[in-house]
Design a protein around this ligand. Sequence first.
Ligand SMILES: [Zn+2]
Length: 145
Amino acid sequence: MRTPISKDFCYEEFEASIKAEELKIDNSIPSKRIRFAIRLLVLNLLQPLRDKVQRPLILTSGYRSPALNKAVGGVKESQHMKGEAADISCKDAMQVLLLGQIIMRFSIPFDQMILHENFIHLSFKAKGRQRHQIIYDKSYKEAKL
Ligand SMILES: [Zn+2]
């Protein structure tokens, strides 16, 4: 079943996780509040970015239940557990940079953007002000651009 959020995104993409399947962890979205946060993330950030990029954005991590977050070594207060963050797969650091630049150029709102070697972590806060933080992960800094 596909439950659409926007033109190009659905809730099932946020629940899908190879790691959760492997470990038999239930990673279904547990509440309306988290579902709503995901919706805000998509409508304000991911879909506008998708429209500018004009190619599919592949989520490698969307929602994470507390058990899954622990299993993947996520930070304690990870926004993935609130439905406020998604990791977008990229083929290399150059593509990561390009996504970041598009967000900046078109003033697409975001809370945090963390650039990694082969994915970009993007978050949007459901409540309160967006922090507009850009963080470069060690793997990104070490990648050859
Ligand atoms: Zn992330």
